[in-house]
Ligand binder design. Structure first.
Ligand code: FAD
Length: 451
């Protein structure tokens, strides 16, 4: 039986686009198609330019590494990369109505007011502590075990900054695998950090974006893949017929696409109902991965005292602060071109797993509370000129306790449906860069199972 394409990628977010890009890079005539529910590709990567301000709905930037270098080089986008201002490093923790500089390493932690004497002693003892034995240990438990209980609030802030998540629920080995690997290899994170410093390293900026904002990456991929994209059509049903997959799309006229290899590059919660008729057990595992919702509140100010008050990267709120706000990024300090001359842009995040109700507030309320929170901690007096709120619902997958076990089960069950691959940020890496890896080498399901 002939099929519409050998490979059909469902979902044209960063994972689906990057997958199709790699698979067609050296094989222009490869039979690969993509179908995307939204009228535009890109998933959460969306850059909006309003009144000269550059507002990202999803990722503010990416952390360059060897995978992103290879990907951007192949895509021809290396020259468009803009590194974050090296002066905008300082992150702070908002606690007790003021900002405390967040230490960037154990040495700085020892000098920080964030830890009392017992906390500092706990830190000094880290190299002497034994390796953990629980593969499902939470982020909070891991940090508490290695550095002492006083450091748990730092883990809580990290969880909300990276995942919009709860440090007591996130699984350390799934959410931060490089750190658990360091403990396994060196027996101590402090020793691991010293060992790493001795190794030769490629110098890369810690954070970067593109000249045209994060969406520049999507536009470059779209340009390459335009003729393969079916936009504005959602996959609503799957069937297997021998070695052929049949994918029914919504909308009219009625359309069904057939393929030999089906790559579901959609969030696990979206893959679950599609796969339910084929394997309810697999669907249940996929549906069990929770997702956090976030409100992004952009505030634009006249320069006034903004540059002086908002220098550095931004801050995260301590969990004890009575606020549904998670933190703020001083966008103009990190990427100075994101605001018109004489103006300053800030992004405040609210909601996440700990404050899901925040998404129910009106945009007006969220903007007002975000502004008051920002002025309260920083003493900012500059005039507010601009505000814009983007609510992103069920957006960030949570690698909660048992995640790695769940993903292993998903892999096993998915391998029983020949020709199926599940990729995207629900499984191994939540970051944009995690989706840029070359498939068949390191994608979530490394070896595509062919019929
Ligand atoms: C607010 C926020 C801030 C973030 N900040 C950062 C950051 O600073 N740095 C970083 O590295 N990462 C960040 N991320 C994470 C990053 O954006 C994601 O990891 C990345 O977008 C995931 O890509 P994806 O392709 O796996 O999924 P998605 O971006 O979710 O794309 C999936 C696509 O599938 C489509 N789809 C779903 N169901 C169907 C269907 N049935 N049929 C057809 N199409 C379908 C969707 O419309 C979507 O386009 C952030 C995410 C959010 C939400």
């Amino acid at each position: 039986m002939t099929v519409d394409s050998d490979v059909l990628v469902v979902g044209a977010g960063p994972a689906g686009l990057a997958h199709a890009f790699w698979r067609t890079l050296d094989a222009e005539d490869a039979s690969v198609q993509l179908v995307e529910a939204q009228p535009e590709p890109g998933g959460w990567v969306r850059t909006r330019r309003i009144e000269g301000f550059v507002c990202e709905q999803g990722p503010q930037g990416f952390r360059p590494n060897a995978d992103s270098d290879a990907f951007l080089q192949a895509l021809g986008l290396t020259d468009e990369v803009v590194a974050a201002d090296p002066g905008a490093k300082l992150r702070s923790i908002a606690r007790g109505q003021r900002l405390h500089p967040m230490p960037s390493g154990p040495g700085a932690l020892l000098r920080s007011a964030l830890l009392g004497p017992a906390g500092k002693l706990g830190l000094l003892l880290e190299p002497l502590r034994r390796r953990g034995g629980d593969p499902e240990e939470s982020l909070a438990a891991f940090v508490g075990r290695r550095f002492g209980r006083q450091t748990v609030p730092l883990a809580e802030a990290l969880a909300s900054g990276v995942f919009g998540g709860d440090a007591h629920r996130l699984e350390m080995s799934a959410a931060f695998p490089a750190i658990t690997e360091m403990e396994r290899e060196h027996g101590s994170l402090v020793r691991g950090m010293f060992a790493r410093r001795k190794q030769p390293r490629v110098r890369r900026p810690p954070l970067a974006t593109f000249r045209g904002g994060m969406e520049a990456m999507v536009q470059a991929l779209r340009h390459r893949l335009e003729h393969r994209l079916v936009l504005g059509r959602r996959a609503v049903a799957l069937e297997r017929d021998g070695t052929t997959w049949r994918v029914r799309l919504d909308g009219s006229p009625e359309r069904t696409l057939t393929c030999r290899e089906l790559v579901l590059a959609i969030p696990a919660r979206c893959a679950a109902p599609l796969l339910h008729p084929l394997d309810s057990g697999l669907a249940a595992e996929l549906a069990a991965i929770p997702f956090a919702s976030i409100a992004n509140i952009y505030l634009g100010f006249a320069d006034g005292d903004a540059r002086e008050r908002l220098s550095g990267f931004g801050f995260l709120l301590d969990r004890t602060e009575a606020s549904p706000m998670l933190g703020a990024i001083y966008c103009s300090s990190v990427f100075p071109k994101c605001a018109p001359p004489g103006k300053f842009l800030v992004r405040v995040m609210a909601g996440g797993m700990l404050h899901p109700d925040a998404l129910e507030r009106s945009e007006e309320e969220l903007a007002r509370d975000a502004e008051a929170m920002l002025r309260g901690y920083t003493g900012l007096r500059a005039q507010l000129l601009f505000r814009r709120v983007y609510k992103v619902r069920a957006a960030i997958p949570q690698f909660v306790t048992g995640h790695r076990r769940r993903v292993a089960a998903i892999r096993t069950l998915a391998s029983r449906l020949p020709g199926l691959q599940l990729i995207g940020n629900s499984y191994d890496a939540v970051s944009v860069v995690g989706q840029m890896v070359r498939p068949a080498r390191d994608s979530a399901f490394a070896e595509p199972v062919r019929p």
